[in-house]
Ligand binder design. Sequence first.
Ligand SMILES: Cc1cc2nc3c(=O)[nH]c(=O)nc-3n(C[C@H](O)[C@H](O)[C@H](O)COP(=O)(O)O)c2cc1C
Length: 313
Amino acid sequence: MKSNRITKLFNIKYPIIQGGMVWVSGYKLASAVSNAGGLGLIGSGSMYPEMFREHVQKCKKATDKPFGVNIPMIYPNIEELISIVIEEKVKIVFTSAGNPKLYTAKLKEHGITVVHVVSSLKFALKAQEAGVDAVVAEGFEAGGHNGREESTTFTLIPTVKQKITIPLIAAGGIATGRGMLAVMVLGADGVQVGSRFAASIESSAHQNFKERVLETKEGDTMLTLKEIAPVRMIKNEFFEELVRFSKDHTVSELKEFLGKRRLKKGIFEGETLEGMMEIGQIASVIDQIESSQEIIEDMIQEYQEAVKSTLFE
Ligand SMILES: Cc1cc2nc3c(=O)[nH]c(=O)nc-3n(C[C@H](O)[C@H](O)[C@H](O)COP(=O)(O)O)c2cc1C
């Protein structure tokens, strides 16, 4: 594959980024993806600061290739996480779920490459204005938190591409080489993949979670919790309970009902009925638990075959 703006920005072989994921992407997943030629990201969202530092240190030992971290700005301890990033000389930071103006300048002063995740053109423009090096534009199909606009990846990428000049990474619904080619034809310079890596061997999610992902069919996930922060999850018992509860309770009661442990329960502890199970729509095509290296090799091979067979005369 030829190098492009994204492979050059991160100094990686393939323009495939493994999205930072709470309870999923520790140093094992991030280093495996980086060793396979993509860019692995440690997901700090589920880690206390000292645990986060430990994962960064272990990742440095597990790979000599570039890796990064994801910092969602909705969680507490953000100041501490940013200090650890600087102290540990992490070179790449993906921020998400917050205002890119808050930390971009500070991180860039320390020579860090900064990328911000957005779900709309409006926020992509704000991120570009804040001075980030690239944006991830994430469509409505994606697992985890997402925008209220419900823009699909197929619409979001050309919309953002029209207006920004910095490199563009597409996310949401991409799990195959053909999907990767499709978004690159639409104008993306690279892809961020979440769901397929969440079900990989090196993912720290519970085996029950991974197996439930393989069973997920078309229509089994939904973007919900728009009152608080929209998030896509599997429609399990917990989801049904949540829908019933939200009908006749206030937002603060809903927040209390959710608690902090629901996500840990679903993803990390494997309580597939009572826990929150974040995953993207594309789970419907994921049918194996594979290593990160197999995922990347498979995506690249399918991408290359698709380039040869699909291009039109
Ligand atoms: C289980 C899970 C947890 C996630 N956690 C985070 C997170 O902590 N921070 C973040 O920016 N995105 C998070 N995401 C989004 C991913 O990083 C990625 O952008 C998204 O999964 C891409 O869409 P896909 O699931 O269709 O591949 C999460 C996604 C999943 C499936």
